[in-house]
Design a protein around this ligand. Structure first.
Ligand code: SAM
Length: 231
């Protein structure tokens, strides 16, 4: 269970009301029962259910069962697509180990509103399900131009280009910080593609001869990246 409070021996932890209901009504936990909790910073802890109140349950952290661990330094940058697809992408990015999901607005992006609170909740649930101890952050949409202007050149950018590029296995050979870029349903404009290809930190890759929907492309790209880098 993901919680927000610091975890230390004897620390009181108050899950949200929804989480409390889940623990008592779905998991049927009773006073004195144990469960595992994490907050993304202090590792994984065994906690005991010590109080059941109207406004939620109270847990007491007992002992650490796993030290804090972080996944690969991988960012997924995706053009905002329609709601259900963005939600799938955030969930799968959390499952596949991305540290951060950045949403971007491109020339052919026609959706610019996202519910970040909902996407954060999806990232937390997916992290819980995979057993990872960190939760990917999800950033507010940012224009592609501004995102590239502020780029830290020590991070390589794997630009997924359906018009052609190298196979991921041969293009991604160095470990270290990476980001994967996936375009919108309408693809990148020729102007955007030219700029992306000219950047010194960019490697254009192909995900195969078929044109994939953005959510499929994100999953395929993260999987191929992992196969190449081994994380
Ligand atoms: N508008 C494009 C078209 O119809 O030709 C398709 C865009 S595709 C639905 C969305 C994004 O997924 C692309 O911008 C690209 O980043 C990625 N993508 C899809 N298929 C790909 C492939 N075979 N190789 C590399 N990237 C791909």
């Amino acid at each position: 269970l993901h919680v927000t409070q610091p975890l230390a021996p004897g620390a009181a932890v108050a899950p949200t009301l929804d989480q409390s209901r889940y623990l008592t009504q779905v998991m049927r936990l009773k006073l004195g029962d144990d469960l595992l909790v994490f907050n993304g910073r202090d590792g994984e802890w065994r906690a005991t259910l010590v109080e059941i109140l109207k406004k939620g349950v109270i847990l007491r952290a007992e002992d650490q069962v796993r030290p804090q661990a972080y996944g690969p330094d991988l960012e997924l940058i995706v053009a905002v697509v329609k709601k259900s697809r963005v939600e799938t992408i955030v969930e799968k990015a959390a499952e596949l180990g991305a540290a951060r999901v950045r949403l971007t607005i491109t020339q052919r992006t026609n959706v610019d509103h996202v519910r970040l609170d909902r996407l954060d909740a999806i990232a937390i649930e997916a992290a819980e399900q995979t057993g990872r101890l960190d939760v990917p952050t999800v950033d507010d949409p940012q224009k592609l131009g501004a995102l590239l202007d502020g780029w830290d050149p020590s991070r390589r950018l794997m630009f997924c280009d359906e018009t052609g590029g190298a196979p991921v296995a041969s293009a991604v050979t160095e470990s270290g910080p990476w980001a994967i870029l996936i375009g919108p349903e309408g693809g990148f404009s020729p102007e955007e593609r030219d700029r992306l290809r000219a950047l010194p930190f960019t490697t254009a890759v192909s995900l195969g001869p078929r044109i994939l929907r953005a959510d499929t492309a994100a999953i395929a790209a993260m999987t191929l990246w992992q196969a190449a880098v081994g994380d």
